[in-house]
Design a protein around this ligand. Sequence first.
Ligand code: NI
Length: 184
Amino acid sequence: MILTIYTFGNAVLRKVAEPITKDYPKIKELISNMLETMHHADGVGLAAPQVGLAIRLLVIDLEAFREDKPELADFKMAMINPEMLEMSEEGASGEEGCLSIPGVHETVERSKVIKIKYLDSDFVEHIDVFEGFKARVIQHEYDHLEGHLFTDKVSPLRRQMLKSKLNNIVKGKASTSYKVKSAS
Ligand code: NI
């Protein structure tokens, strides 16, 4: 089932999301719905707050890169209650976008390597190290669980230039190919 994506300006995107337990209802169905929603919107990552749920759950699927970057293509996962353990001081900059901030793409500085603890969809714990683009996507989605958005990380000058675009998203004037809930 395709879910509605909450866009910039909705309070749920600014909440610190809550951890969930094994008895959270229909978690596999939710993960499947989030992946379907993300694929439908041509995204590569989606965090639960983006579908209006302030819980610590994110999904990622880099299958869309099969042609350009085949080494990324098999990276598909859900992370429940992720906890960032280490973030490298060495950074890397790259372009990002977000399904909750349609039409905005900005260069963002992220840690190059991260170490993260999380539960998979069976609530089995993993500790893994990721780097490069995978680390970037995870950091972007993880930020959503902390109530942070990638536009927070751009320079004050760039943010000033984005102001009218962001205001239009708040007012529901941004055009998207997928169903959204704007803040007003
Ligand atoms: Ni995002």
